[in-house]
Design a protein around this ligand. Structure first.
Ligand SMILES: [Zn+2]
Length: 249
């Protein structure tokens, strides 16, 4: 057995026994790990201050070579997001991000880019909670990219015709099952084809870098469509509806 050390975000905790808890930590170095915090339910445990959901901790644990629970031996809080506790909308957005981190990847499957995106999103929610849906949209885009499911936005997913070669009057469509935009010629190839507003497409194609002003500039109908497209993609690739999705708006 060897000791491991990492920084990570607590994405889930649940009771294990009268005195112990399991914590699921999303680490930058090693991906998701599940650890038994012995005494983690006692008020005066060694970990008391560090084991809250959405806390970034530096942790040490005993890694086992075979299956079985691994034991947390040290935890120290490094960063918290206190403003989330005062704003239910932002808090639910934070829990949603934790859910996607926790359930969208396997144990010990590191994605440093996704870890960084999660922290960037939580910091943004903490500082600008009025913009929570814009931040969530950007995080979903990062999550889709890191899990290899980023929607295609440069060419039709069916015929590969580049968007710049489409007729000026041509309607842009989108198919979740097809994995991106669909031209008019191919619209009958997808049962889940939907027309995409140009402002919605332009927002999505600029989502690699999050610019809060881009979200603020969207009209309500384009915002609804962005949310619909992204949440459909997440549900499709996660294989189920995230528990927190309905609490976002
Ligand atoms: Zn096409």
């Amino acid at each position: 057995m060897a000791y491991e050390r990492a920084s990570g975000l607590i994405v889930r905790t649940y009771d294990w026994s009268e005195t112990s808890r399991i914590i699921v930590v999303w680490t930058r170095e090693l991906g998701k790990v599940r650890l038994l915090a012995k005494g983690g339910r006692r008020l005066k445990s060694n970990f008391e201050v560090a084991l809250d959901l959405l806390t970034v901790c530096s942790i040490v644990w005993l890694r086992k070579p075979s299956a079985g629970l691994e034991i947390l031996t040290e935890a120290r809080a490094e960063e918290r997001f206190p403003a989330l506790r005062k704003d239910l909308k932002a808090l639910n957005a934070g829990y949603y991000i934790a859910e996607l981190l926790g359930d969208g990847t396997q144990d010990y499957d590191p994605h440093p880019g996704l870890y960084d995106a999660g922290l960037t999103a939580l910091r943004s929610l903490n500082d600008h909670s009025d913009d929570s849906l814009g931040t969530v949209s950007w995080f979903e885009w990062s999550w889709l990219r890191e899990s290899g499911h980023l929607p295609v936005t440069a060419s039709c997913v069916h015929c590969s015709r580049m968007l710049e070669d489409w007729r000026a009057s041509e309607t842009t469509g989108f198919s979740t099952s097809g994995g991106g935009i669909v031209c008019e010629n191919c619209r009958n190839s997808y049962r889940d084809y939907r027309v995409l507003e140009p402002t919605c497409l332009s927002f999505l194609t600029n989502l690699d870098v999050y610019v809060a002003a881009n979200w603020s500039a969207l009209n309500p109908s384009a915002r609804r469509q962005v949310r619909q497209v992204l949440s459909d993609c997440v549900v499709y690739h996660l294989g189920r509806m995230p528990r927190l999705l309905n609490y976002l708006s």
